[in-house]
Design a protein around this ligand. Sequence first.
Ligand code: PA5
Length: 424
Amino acid sequence: MIRLNEEGLGCKVSTQDIERSLAQHPSLMESCWAGTPHGTDWLGWLSVDQWAGPQELARIHALADRLRKKTDTLVLIGVGGSNNAARAVLSALGPADPCHRVVYAGNTLSAWTLRKLLESLEGHEVALFCVAKNFRTLEPGSSFRLLRQHLVSQIGKRAAAERIVCNGTPGSDLERLCSDEGYTFTTFPPNVGGRYTALTATHLLPLAYAGIDIDALVKGARAEESELRRLPDHTNPALRYAHLRSLAGRSGLTIELLASFEPRLADFGLWWQQLFGESEGKQGRGLFPACARYSEELHSLGQYVQDGTHQLMETFLDIAEPGPDDHLVLGTSDVADGFGYLDGADFWDINKTSFRAVLKAHASVLPCATIEIGRLDEQHMGALFYFFMLSCYCSAELLGVDPFDQPGVEAYKQLMHHALGRVE
Ligand code: PA5
């Protein structure tokens, strides 16, 4: 379902280099499926059905339906792996249901943003979904308190309790709080790290609330899993992409730019950025993951990409087939505006043609690859999540780092907590 198009390779990394690298690591894919050498405790996402099987999906639907009956707004309180995937899908495919919206908190400490959020809740029937694996993170912890106090002030303690759902680790302070206050507690998958939870209740619940077809999303991920398990190494696109990244790093490049000509994928880029940044950026290694929104940022970053320091590889994310709203024809003009060459052209085609021209230009100076999805819909989004998570796992193993820890995050967290007076 997901294709890797390597036609933009040649500079610094070639298709032949990928073949050689595959031959040098003949057992990598097999050992990743088996869960070695890293992550035996963190591979709950590797089999989609482990956390998104039929029973779990039925449970998620039931909980989402209960919240949907009483409310029109779900505040998703979470940061990083605890909100990025749901936000990526909602930006790409939403709004699916105008009567049930998801808004975000727990990802900022900005008083202004939080004030605006509270104002935006006025006149709405609100539910809260607090996702916090260990309930130690400052942003979701502080936002959750703010929002539950706000909700209680609006509808009282008992009614608020019926609208508060949490997702956390059993035995955590969050579970204790839920049991003391009568909130619904759901389990954050103990064998899945935050940034690998895209296909679990952590994200599927807010998506179901917003009317996204989570069954289709999971179906797409499951189909991608079977495909990637079945394919031999040399035609496995997730594995080839991992080798491409590894070769780019070894050839001295330091940045991977994920670029798309579809702005609806900008939040998907943020999910991708966290996945690769937190999984690989350790021990002084890893490509720095950056995102670009084209064509707009061709007018800012474009100059640098083409002509700046030679430290980039570029991965384009491309949608092959247009959806029902993806056509818009530009009419002819009764004044001479200099754009007569666009008379009657469809923006879909203008955008595609521009993409191909840019690919050609960039590929002349840096390694470019394209990850293609058939359509922008639930099934393909599910497939994309699975594709990148598997690729990231393989890529980190090639790099020689543990894809499932994040030791660097602890340093700033400790200083932040200390500065704010937290007693450990
Ligand atoms: O991938 C990870 O594990 C992290 O980025 C977490 O998702 C993020 O820090 C949020 O953590 P928590 O859910 O504990 O607040």
